[in-house]
Design a protein around this ligand. Structure first.
Ligand code: 26Q
Length: 789
């Protein structure tokens, strides 16, 4: 390993050990580690090919990968080797690991889920490709200026990306615009614009280096690099213009995690990566098959939300226009390959494209969508329409072109059946199924929490890493005093490490024995960070009123970004920071209450915060959070949840036991009912003196003394259109928090509850989720297991 690293340093980086920077060392280590997985990767490809396996294609606009170096090293079981080699070379392993920038090619849950799924597909040995976009700029970087969010572009590709292989030979033309003509029964699309999609491959190696799949990200390039005529005429700007235009397609990730409606570039991004992926998988299929009617036996395409839903019409177009298959046959053939995952019920998040815009960018696809619509209406008269009020509704399109549609938690799946797709569900009653989300235990326990990982492994070996349900054996340890002490110590160590980091980065001193209460996720009204903050202010009031009470010391930690155009979310960020300023400087609550909001929450920060948490905030308005996956990461790492009956919280509570979960709030049915009552928010505020007082303080400018009107908008919203029922759930939430306070006072009992959480979370491994998709949607199998059988 040492020689390999030095070789890489010399021959790939062009540096000698005396002059190498941390970056040089990281590159040398990464390239060395990458070398060690190439054999596995090649062999997997060969085996899948030899077994003529069905391949899974996971199409996602987002892959929120984070750092790769630790994943790669641990999946290859090279931790000790690499650490040892670097120590011998006089280098610091941790410093090198922390030098890698996050690959932040996603907004949040949906993108992170795609990354967990890639890890599980490789660990299970299922032949699969992840297909997405190689954004030059991932999710923006967040900082705070006087408490307000400031966005700066993210630039992960300013440095070389160590893990990818550029594939200049894997390149497909992608067309836009123009017109369509129909001649002698043949249809031809004459596009007006063309760009090239170039592949960049990142190997994804599973646990213990047994199997490797590929994450293939597409980058947009101009068809002709440079307009030499313009250049020769001296028009240097024009010479590069078309080049720049083509490249904008893969330039930047849209930073909105609902929708940014009607944006032409977004539609181009969606078609760009979908069309490239379909050309790629068709080419692979046609290499060793000639009958396209067998396509569904070899190809499963999973659509991660509607973002790649144009895959339906595109696949039909390729089958009909390029391979001469009848339309009537092509539609069911495409459907047999396609499946769609729904991640949201929020009406503003359901994608729509103006018919006019879609027809201008993709004229042939609009024709095909009309034919799909006619076919659906003929077969199922009265079916909900894809085309309505001049819009193309991508949810309906994805549903109709998929043979299976899945929700991401049990509750969400039922709501999908009852609300957004109620009519389509009546027509196709077996199409909607549930696959509750999961998380990879490799990143979310093994790598992020070495203390707990070693404790568990010492107790039971490392079988749990690829078979997480083995953790149930930990339940027997609750009466083992030595184990419980070590369990508590590992949490204490993580909290001490986090306190150091927060001291250094935010300049706030924390007491590691206080309860660490954490809410990290995108800022959204439905996720109710505001309710958490109001409760914090109410607690602060109570602490000041009763200074002699035996208060449980608390640290409230917030993390998360707001979409740049989401003004209410940005006001909430500012309010959190303003309240923190006042409370953190109040001598009356010193040592009892602190608020910290480290800027630029990302995957790497989650890996730091989650292992150090005592209390996990999962407090969305019931019925709004499709699943949540952060909730799973916390519980696995021994945090207790305070939460509503929403998304996967319901299933988590069933697994860990209601006695190990702080439940509060209205149910999804009660939420819908409550909204019918006129003036429900004012009534709730009137009934709660505690809430009234807090809202009064905020409205008066207690937290913005030089700009007292700053939060009139926020408070007014709560009185007049509190759509997410912050006011209605406030008292119940406050009570649940006090139950958590009391429970925390008994450290041994708290630790026993925390252990029950860790021990009961095995089912939430994304390995279980992927087995469910493979069985119920894809009919895909690992070729290895087939040969072993
Ligand atoms: C769409 C069109 C235009 C611009 C942006 C978008 C867009 C981008 C991202 C829409 C939605 C998203 C992301 C959604 C998301 O992350 N949903 C979350 O998915 C998780 C995985 O299933 C769930 O756990 C969360 O509950 C859900 O909110």
């Amino acid at each position: 390993m040492k020689d390999d690293i030095l070789n890489r340093l010399q021959f790939s980086l062009g540096k000698d050990a005396d002059h190498a920077s941390v970056y040089d060392w990281r590159m040398a280590v990464s390239l060395t580690v990458r070398d060690q997985m190439v054999d596995t990767w090649f062999n997997s490809t060969k085996e899948a090919y030899a077994a003529s396996s069905k391949r899974v294609y996971y199409l996602s606009m987002e892959f929120l990968i984070g750092r790769l170096i630790e994943d790669m090293i641990s999946n290859l079981q090279l931790e000790d080797t690499v650490r040892g080699a670097l120590t011998d070379l006089g280098q610091d392993f941790d410093e090198i690991v922390h030098d890698e920038p996050d690959a932040a090619l996603g907004n949040g849950g949906l993108g992170r889920l795609a990354a967990c799924f890639m890890d599980s597909l490789a660990t299970l040995g299922i032949p699969a490709f992840g297909y997405g976009i190689r954004y030059e700029h991932g999710l923006f970087e967040q900082s705070f200026a006087q408490g307000q969010q400031v966005e700066r572009p993210e630039t992960w590709l300013n440095q070389r990306h160590a893990w990818e292989f550029e594939r200049p030979e894997v390149q497909f033309p992608i067309c836009f615009g123009g017109h369509v003509d129909h001649h002698d029964g043949k249809t031809t699309w004459h596009p007006s614009e063309k760009v090239l999609a170039t592949a960049y491959d990142t190997p994804v190696i599973g646990w213990k280096n047994e199997w490797g799949n590929t994450l293939r990200l597409w980058s947009a390039e101009p068809v002709s690099q440079f307009d030499l005529d313009s250049f020769n005429r001296g028009d240097y700007l024009a010479a590069g213009r078309s080049e720049a235009l083509a490249r904008t397609i893969s330039r930047v990730l849209y930073p909105d995690d609902t929708t940014d409606s009607g944006k032409e570039l977004r539609l181009k991004q969606e078609y760009f990566f979908t069309a490239a992926s379909i050309q790629d998988l068709m080419r692979r299929y046609l290499q060793d098959h000639d009958d396209l009617r067998q396509l569904p036996e070899h190809v499963a395409i999973q659509l991660n939300d509607t973002h790649p839903a144009i895959a339906g019409p595109e696949l039909v177009r390729v089958l009909v226009d390029e391979h001469g298959i009848d339309m009537a046959e092509a539609i069911p053939l495409a459907r047999a390959c396609l499946a769609y995952t729904n991640h949201t019920l929020l009406p503003e998040a359901l994608e729509k494209w103006g018919e006019w815009l879609l027809g201008r960018i993709l004229p042939r696809h609009l024709e095909i969508i009309r034919i799909i619509e006619e076919t659906q209406q003929r077969e199922h008269p009265g079916s909900p329409r894809i085309l309505e009020h001049g819009d193309v509704r991508m949810g309906e399109l994805a549903f109709i072109m998929a043979h299976k549609v899945n929700g991401v938690s049990a509750l969400h799946t039922e709501l999908v059946k009852e609300t957004v797709f109620a009519d389509l569900h009546r027509i196709h009653p077996t199409r909607i199924i549930n696959q509750t989300n999961g998380i990879t235990p490799r990143r979310w326990l093994y790598n992020c929490n070495p203390g707990l990982r070693d404790l568990i492994t010492d107790a039971m070996g490392d079988g749990w890493v690829a078979d997480l349900e083995q953790l149930t054996a930990l339940k027997a340890k609750r009466d083992d005093a030595a184990f419980m002490q070590a369990f508590q110590a590992s949490k204490r160590d993580n909290k001490a490490a986090l306190s150091n980091w927060i001291g250094q980065t935010c300049g706030i001193a924390l007491d590691p024995d206080a309860m660490f209460d954490v809410q990290i996720k995108r800022i959204h009204e439905y996720k109710r960070q505001l309710m958490n903050l109001l409760e914090t202010v109410a607690l602060w009031n109570d602490m000041r009123d009763n200074p002699d009470h035996d208060w449980t010391p608390r640290v409230k930690i917030f993390g998360g970004k707001a979409a740049p155009g989401y003004y209410m979310a940005k006001d909430i960020i500012r309010l959190i920071n303003d309240v923190a300023e006042v409370i953190n400087n109040d001598p009356a609550t010193k040592g009892r209450l602190k608020i910290v909001y480290p800027p630029n929450y990302n995957v790497t920060m989650a890996e730091r915060l989650i292992p150090a948490s005592d209390l996990s905030e999962q407090i969305s308005t019931a019925g709004k959070e499709a699943s949540g996956t952060g909730n799973m990461k916390f519980a696995l790492n021994g945090a207790l949840t305070i939460g509503t009956l929403d998304g996967a919280n319901v299933e988590i509570r069933e697994h860990v036991g209601s006695e190990n979960f702080f439940l509060f709030g209205l149910t999804a049915a009660e939420v819908m009912e409550r909204r019918q009552h006129h003036g429900y928010a004012r009534a709730a505020i009137e009934a709660s003196p505690r809430l009234q007082r807090v809202l009064g303080q905020i409205a008066e400018g207690r937290f913005a003394p030089h700009d007292t009107g700053r939060y009139h908008g926020v408070v007014g919203m709560l009185y007049d259109h509190d759509y997410f029922l912050v006011t209605c759930d406030f008292d119940s939430y406050f009570d649940a928090q006090r139950r958590a306070d009391n429970a925390y006072q008994n450290a041994d009992n708290w630790a026993a509850m925390a252990l029950m959480n860790t021990a009961s979370m095995g089912w939430f491994s994304s390995d279980r989720t992927i087995k469910g998709y493979a069985r119920d949607i894809w009919n895909a199998h690992p070729p290895r297991a087939a040969m072993d059988r």
